[in-house]
Design a protein around this ligand. Structure first.
Ligand code: MD6
Ligand code: FE
Length: 209
């Protein structure tokens, strides 16, 4: 049996097919207002293979000049991010054990060959709050280790409708997406995978973990 690191909770099939379809419609509206952009690594300017956008008061962005950061506006349109869909706030309320609402929701879109290298999410101040992650569309192989890059890691498959809650001693665990399994879901008409991560960003607040 696969043992996940402490603080990581994987809830397979948390969202049923109807809820997934409704959420995809919500995300299409977010993308219409805040188009996907291609993020670039700080300094090197190397482009990431995922495309991104955000909803919420703050959005996570990165580019060569200014690096990783949260900001209140879309880097291309300059407009504020659209609101986080109510359906996603419900997922946060049900699973985060954090009484404060998420301030940011990062939307990652993976085409068939996209992946995400091992990283920590550490641009937030409120590390007491977990990150709640929702997967839609094609499945992926997700990897998570410890708080050092060289720690042993485990990988497992995330399918459409799965939710991962990532907090406590694993809030700063290294994790990434090794690969997408193309054509494993019919949810998205043109294929690919969407990952939504709900985050607290600002000042620390107590959360019952
Ligand atoms: C992904 N997820 O599933 C990438 N980060 O596509 C993340 O980078 C992530 O799932 C923080 C917490 C949960 C996550
Ligand atoms: Fe992450």
């Amino acid at each position: 049996m696969l043992v996940l690191p402490k603080g990581v909770r994987h809830i397979p099939g948390y969202l049923d097919r109807d809820a997934q379809e409704e959420l995809v419609a919500d995300i299409r509206a977010v993308v219409a207002a805040a188009p996907l952009f291609t993020p670039a690594m700080p300094r090197s300017g190397k482009e990431m293979s995922v495309r991104m956008t955000n909803c919420g008061a703050l959005g996570w962005v990165t580019d060569r000049a200014l690096g990783y950061r949260y900001q209140a506006t879309h880097p291309v349109t300059g407009k504020p991010w659209p609101a986080i869909p109510a359906r996603l706030l419900e997922v946060w309320d049900a699973l985060s054990a954090c009484p404060r609402p998420p301030e940011a929701c990062l939307v990652n879109f993976y085409a068939d060959t996209a992946k995400m290298g091992l990283h920590q999410d550490r641009d937030e101040v409120d590390l007491d709050a977990p990150i709640v992650s929702v997967s839609l569309g094609d499945s992926c192989l997700f990897r998570i280790g410890g708080t050092s890059r060289s720690d042993r890691s485990v990988s497992f498959r995330l399918d459409s409708g799965d939710v991962v809650v990532f907090g406590g001693p694993s809030r700063l665990a290294f994790h990434g997406v090794d690969r997408i399994y193309p054509s494993t879901s019919a949810l998205l008409k043109s294929g690919g995978r969407i990952n939504l991560t709900l985050r607290r960003v600002g000042a620390r607040q107590a959360c019952a973990m």
